[in-house]
Design a protein around this ligand. Structure first.
Ligand code: KG4
Ligand code: ZN
Length: 340
């Protein structure tokens, strides 16, 4: 029997709703919030307000584009966390309201599992490649950097994680120092294409196991700029492309180094990437190349499933629905992964 699920995502600064029939995408609507650009980062209070303005039209559009009515939904899947509590609260409260009004069961989703499970979505006109179990997923977003061993849709183990900044944070913070707009990741990606990745050398971390660290890189980037700008105030402007290319290639080297080790030591060769930073063209090329050399099956998400979206939340919700894992009305959002 077909299962139709509405997904709702509001963990950070994108309001999104999507409809999936089983694992086939019927619609995926995302309202990005421009309000944060002028502050150079997400302002939580403004994010909550924008979610509140966006959520009803976004859900309405998602249902309309899917060609269905709310009465045809089997469940509503929503992001419970991790994320900004005020933002999550809008999605959670909206889900509860719709659930009560239409008597539709609710399914809570861990945002990070959503990113990983986006690899199982198919498009209406085209099946996409799905990794086999077990696989390793390099999950790289604005808030998290992890290597996850995935044994089944609902059995995952984090085998490596960042001990300080996330990869996306490293992109965004270094971009800010160069005076680039928020979010810095996509801007650096674009500028890096014109630059020499070997022009500058920045610090590489030495961390145990499969864990990551990006704060040392950030500091070394900052010091390089500080000294150079003291000697030449136009330094950043003159060397922007080389700075971006060198920074990006360092981040990619750090990410791939641990991923390659994890693959070697676990013997797992189905390798996926997910999360906002998996949109990065250098990382996409880098992992494809590493995979070719090592005989991996490499899974790179469609661009629309890299940054935050509700399709991935509906996909994760589908698996939980099939296990009868429903949320109750006393459910509340959680900010941190450890509390989920
Ligand atoms: O997964 P996501 O949309 O939100 C979180 O759950 O955090 O990830 C957002 C992050 C931001 O740090 C953004 O700069 C980064 O993904 N990002 C990129 C690119 N596109 C988005 N980083 C590098 N290159 C890109 N093309
Ligand atoms: Zn995310």
């Amino acid at each position: 029997m077909d299962i139709t699920i509405l997904g709702i995502e509001s963990s950070c600064d994108d309001t999104s709703a999507a409809v999936l029939r089983n694992n086939v995408l019927l619609s995926n609507v995302i309202a990005s919030q421009a309000v944060h650009v002028k502050y150079g980062g997400v302002i939580p209070e403004l994010a909550s307000r924008a979610h509140q303005q966006n959520i009803i039209p976004v859900v309405d559009t998602a249902l309309r584009e899917a060609g269905i009515d709310a009465s045809q939904l089997d469940a509503i899947a929503f992001t419970r966390g991790p994320g900004l509590v005020g933002s999550l609260l809008v999605g959670v409260s909206f889900t509860k309201g719709l659930s009560i009004a239409r008597n539709i069961p609710m399914v809570e989703v861990n945002h990070l599992q959503g990113h990983i499970l986006s690899h199982f979505i198919d498009l209406p006109d085209r099946a996409l490649p799905h990794p086999g179990f077990p696989f390793l997923c390099l999950l790289v977003s604005g808030g998290h950097t992890q290597i996850v061993r995935v044994d089944s849709p609902l059995e995952m183990e984090i085998i490596g994680t960042t001990i300080d900044d996330a990869a996306g944070e490293a992109f965004d913070k270094c971009a800010k120092v160069m005076g680039l707009p928020y979010p810095g990741g996509p801007v650096i990606d674009r500028l890096a294409r014109e630059g020499d990745p070997k022009a500058f050398r920045f610090a590489h971390p030495h961390v145990e196991g499969y864990d990551y660290s990006f704060s040392g890189l950030k500091t070394s980037f900052l010091y390089t700029l500080r000294d150079a700008v003291a000697a030449d105030p136009d330094f950043i402007e003159k060397h922007k492309a080389d700075l971006c290319a060198s920074l990006q290639s360092t981040i990619i080297e750090i990410l791939l180094d641990k991923l390659v080790r994890a693959s070697k030591e676990t013997g797992i060769r189905d390798i996926a990437i997910a999360g906002g930073v998996s949109a990065n063209s250098g990382l996409r090329n880098g992992i494809t190349e590493a995979g070719r050399r090592r005989g991996w099956r490499t899974f790179i998400p469609e661009f629309k499933f890299t940054t935050d979206n509700a399709a991935m939340i509906a996909m994760a919700g589908y698996y939980r629905y099939r296990q009868d894992e429903f949320a109750t009305l006393d459910v509340s959002p959680v900010a941190r992964l450890e509390e989920l």
